[in-house]
Design a protein. Structure first.
Length: 288
């Protein structure tokens, strides 16, 4: 099933992200994680793009496991460090395996990376166009409520996002954010700019203090004072921090849904227990 069809109705959708293992020896454990999260009946599950193993770095294997659980998979595909030939091979692999949904990402720039020649990609727009040429895929993209770290300002960032959407995106998913006010401002600016595809709000439950630095590095997001206080009080107590982080994420989602944001994507870091606790806190909220 295409995610664009899932997002068409007015019902609340909750999806989860999982990531594949770096080594084949650990793939059974990841399959177990998928099966546990699938029991929560998410609207779909995304699987990040790996660099080792098969052409798609075990992404296809995990996407197939998601399908076997009766859940729609969304396969990530990054392009920055790949040639166009390599990317078309992966797209064809997805197609051969009946994977209809791809999240098209440029990818993070490695330290010391130099943009290569025309056999490679420079922007996600190029990737979106090739995916659309290779088959009847539903294609999503990423966006940054707090502005992409490489953009000069919000105006430039929204212009790039509009260009990417106009290349053929069917929906966009945000990077994590911890202040819903930031998301509401972003959503309004997208509407003004004419970015009219569905926006899926990305939520990251911070369940340990060690996640915090990495989260900021990945997304450039800021923590509101309310969350800083939680970190100060509970950051040194692992179980308390886990509980507080899960409750904070659930409260974010409740506020989002109350304010008309029907589509939520949870970065659960391959932790079925975290996913389960959040869904328990939302059981009647999302069952409308």
């Amino acid at each position: 099933m295409k995610i664009s069809d899932i997002l068409k109705n007015n019902k609340v959708t909750v999806s989860f992200e999982v990531f594949p293992p770096k080594e084949w020896a650990k793939i059974d454990n990841t399959r177990k994680v998928v099966r546990e999260i699938a029991k929560l009946k998410p609207s779909f599950m995304s699987v990040t793009y790996g660099a080792a193993g098969t052409k798609s770095g075990f992404t296809t294997e995990i996407a197939n496991e998601i399908k076997s659980c009766g859940i729609t998979p969304l396969s990530h595909l990054t392009c920055l460090t790949s040639t166009k030939d390599k990317v078309t091979q992966v797209i064809d692999e997805f197609k051969e395996n009946g994977i209809e949904n791809i999240l098209a990402l440029r990818g993070d720039i490695p330290n010391g990376f130099v943009f290569p020649d025309k056999r490679h990609f420079s922007h996600a727009c190029e990737l979106v166009e090739i995916i659309k040429e290779r088959g009847d895929f539903c294609v999503g993209g990423a966006c940054y409520p707090e502005t992409h770290p490489e953009s000069k300002n919000r105006v430039e960032d929204l212009q790039y996002l509009k260009e990417k959407v106009d290349c053929g995106l069917d929906f966009i998913t945000t990077q994590m954010f911890f202040d819903n006010g930031v998301f509401y401002d972003f959503r309004e600016m997208c509407a003004i700019k004419g970015i009219n595809v569905p926006i899926i709000a990305g939520i990251m439950p911070i369940t340990s203090a060690s996640f915090i630095k990495r989260s900021v590095e990945l997304s450039g997001c800021r923590f509101p004072e309310k969350f800083k206080k939680i970190i100060e009080r509970f950051g040194g107590r692992p179980e308390a921090m886990k509980q507080a982080g899960i409750i904070y994420a659930a409260e974010q989602i409740i506020d989002l849904v109350a304010n008309g944001q029907n589509h939520i994507h949870i970065y659960a870091m391959n932790k079925p227990d975290v996913a389960s606790l959040i869904m328990k806190g939302l059981s009647d909220i999302i069952d409308e």
